[in-house]
Design a protein around this ligand. Structure first.
Ligand SMILES: C[S@@+](CC[C@H](N)C(=O)[O-])C[C@H]1O[C@@H](n2cnc3c(N)ncnc32)[C@H](O)[C@@H]1O
Length: 203
């Protein structure tokens, strides 16, 4: 698997080639579909395009994508999820062991972002929205993220047969500029935050 050419022309060669070894000792997966090879090639491509310095990730789960963001860039990575820290301790410990000083985890319900929004404003150049995948939650998360004023916003599951349309509708509704679409069954869309966060409609 390592070194082979993969989708989107990205060579599957995760830095240090240790991703799956790390994953083995991390907290178990509790939700979502895992297609780590595709996911890695997408995250690598996004990092090459955007050169992020500070990434915020909504939806940590077991930390697979957090690990990928850390491997694919030199950025600081901050993940939020409503899972309490002790539930994801194995993952946090494993990530900190290999990416010392670059990772932060916050236990937070994304519906409470409006209460803490000032702590998240003007801090991140790239935000990955991968929390609750219902239309209402994607729209809520996108709205809150736009208030944070990042340069780029990445949406997950944009081509999923069951609910891919929801992310795409939100992107269109908030007038985000599509930079790149990664069309696969869990595919992501990289957007540029061209939405005027002061004038967009309220929730
Ligand atoms: C699809 S998983 C994230 C996968 C992860 N980004 C990855 O690729 O490895 C979605 C995560 O969002 C979290 N989540 C769902 N709704 C949430 C909410 N309202 N607030 C915070 N986290 C939420 C779930 O606990 C779950 O871990």
């Amino acid at each position: 698997m390592i070194g082979k050419k993969h989708q989107f022309g990205i060579k599957y060669n995760m830095k240090e080639e240790k991703f799956f070894k790390h994953l083995e000792v991390m907290s178990p997966v509790t939700t979502g579909e895992a297609d780590y090879e595709n996911h890695w090639s997408v995250i690598k491509s996004i990092c090459d395009i955007t050169q992020p310095k500070n990434i915020l990730e909504l939806g940590f789960n077991r930390g697979a994508s957090a690990l990928m963001w850390l491997n694919a860039s030199d950025a600081q990575v901050h993940s939020t999820d409503y899972k309490e820290e002790d539930k994801v301790k194995l993952s946090i410990d494993e990530i900190n062991k290999h990416h010392k000083g670059r990772f932060e985890y916050t236990c937070l319900n994304h519906s409470t972002f409006p209460e803490v929004i000032d702590d998240y404003k003007d801090k991140y150049d790239l935000v990955f929205i991968d929390g609750d995948h219902t239309y209402e939650a994607i729209r809520r998360d996108a709205y809150n993220v736009i208030q944070m004023n990042p340069t780029y916003i990445v949406f997950d599951d944009c081509f999923h047969v069951a609910h891919g349309i929801d992310s795409r509708n939100v992107i269109q509704e908030f007038g985000l500029e599509i930079v790149k679409e990664y069309v696969n069954h869990t595919g992501q869309i990289l957007t540029k935050n061209t939405s005027s966060h002061q004038v967009i409609s309220t929730l």
